[in-house]
Design a binder for this molecule. Structure first.
Ligand code: LLP
Length: 386
């Protein structure tokens, strides 16, 4: 929660802004590294979740690698100081320029998503006289039991190589002198809170791993992606996810040889809870059926509710309100000219008025990075607690 001093600081700041609790970020990273370190697991930060420079630097200092999904992310990771041999590069549509730049950076591994991509990487690597390390991103057809729009591991999704294409991959790999099969890669979806999903994933990985090993391919690494969900409903009570339980599942169910390294690509679980979108009430509109709280932040600053009907806890944090205020239900909306520009419907809040500060919680992942300039809005700024 926010201390009175923090709220005083907010009072004099220009809203809206992202507020990042860097202490919480560091504690989260420690908890993750400790739990992963127990089994020698290697964690790459999925920087698509938040590539704010301060955040990236703290994550780099904590010793994590980087999981990138564009050439610009690869470049930014390396400029920030992530070691190239800890950088992985995924994405269904890597351009020739992006592949070439990543080859020049000598990154750890390309997570290749199609047979055609393998051929292209081989050709580009040959031009540079290099050998590209490849992890095949395989679609395991495992249901992540999460929001439809953030599921990636089903055959209906565009991601990864389907299992019936594995013989074709094996054939390309065998005859491509500029490719080196490093391992296999999976990612089934995001905001996964049912940990059984990861158990099912392990079982699938074991099967596919065996398929390759039976055919004489030696796999150095197994990359199981990210997707660990957080508690959007109780951000204070569960500020740090249970990394111990998460990594234990992989230790228990993933079959691996001693020399095989296991890699993770966590985004949300590392950064979501340290970020909050702080906004001010511009207007209160009382209706017959509904009351609207109109904020100075909208879907241009935090897109998740508009895009996925995602829940974020909303709080009125203005200090001057005491507990005696009646609780009222509001539809909390932004100023953008779209009906989906709504942060929550029928949200119970202490009776609110123009000028009150509103915190939208758990917004550190897929918040600031998905901001847009729609309606020619100002770029959202950030504040930090050290
Ligand atoms: N690895 C791959 C290959 C991915 O596609 C993703 C996320 C991750 C790792 C990291 O997943 P995480 O640990 O953060 O769940 N914008 C959506 C989420 C999109 C996730 C995309 N891929 C949202 O706001 O919920």
């Amino acid at each position: 929660m926010f201390s009175p001093d923090t709220i005083n600081r907010f009072e004099s700041a220009q809203t809206p802004f992202y507020y990042y609790d860097l202490q919480l970020l560091k504690q989260t990273l420690n908890a993750c590294s400790e739990a992963a370190g127990k089994y020698g697991f290697q964690v790459h930060y999925a920087m698509k979740a938040n590539f704010n420079q301060r955040i990236l630097e703290i994550i780099k200092d904590a010793g994590l690698g980087a999981d990138c999904v564009s050439g610009n992310e690869v470049n930014k990771a390396i400029e920030t100081g992530f070691s190239p041999d800890k950088v992985v590069f995924a994405g269904v549509g890597k351009s020739d320029r992006e592949i070439t730049e990543a080859l020049n950076h000598e990154i750890f591994c390309f997570n290749a998503e199609s047979v055609q991509e393998l051929e292209v990487i081989n050709t580009l690597a040959a031009k540079l006289g290099k050998r590209a390390r490849i992890a095949l991103r395989i679609n395991p057809n495992v249901d992540a039991h999460t929001h439809h729009n953030i599921t990636t591991g089903l055959e209906e999704n565009k991601f990864g190589i389907n299992q019936w294409e594995l013989p074709a991959c094996a054939e390309v790999l065998s005859r491509s002198a500029n490719l080196w099969l490093e391992g296999i890669h999976f990612h089934v979806g995001s905001q996964i809170t049912d940990l059984n999903v990861f158990k099912s994933l392990c079982i699938k990985v074991n099967e596919i791993k065996a398929w390759f090993e039976e055919r004489g391919f030696n796999l150095n690494s197994l990359n199981v992606g990210g997707g660990l969900g957080i508690d959007y409903y109780q951000p204070d009570e569960n500020a740090i996810v249970d990394f111990t339980k998460y990594f234990e599942i992989f230790n228990q169910f993933l079959e691996r040889k001693q020399a095989q390294t296991v890699h993770f690509e966590l985004g949300r679980a590392l950064v979501a809870q340290c970020g909050n979108l702080i906004s001010r009430v511009l207007y209160v509109k009382k209706g017959i059926k509904k009351n609207f709280l109109i904020l100075d932040a909208g879907m241009t600053e935090l897109m998740r509710p508009a895009l996925y009907q995602a829940y974020h806890k909303i709080e009125n944090i203005t200090g001057r309100h005491n507990a005696s205020r009646p609780v009222i239900k509001y539809d909390v909306v932004g100023p953008i000219c779209e009906s989906t520009d709504c942060f929550g419907k029928e949200v119970e809040l202490a009776e609110s008025e123009r000028g009150d500060l509103i915190a939208i919680r758990s917004a550190g992942a897929y918040g600031e990075v998905m901001a847009s300039g729609y309606n020619l809005r100002d770029r959202v700024v950030s504040l930090y607690s050290e």
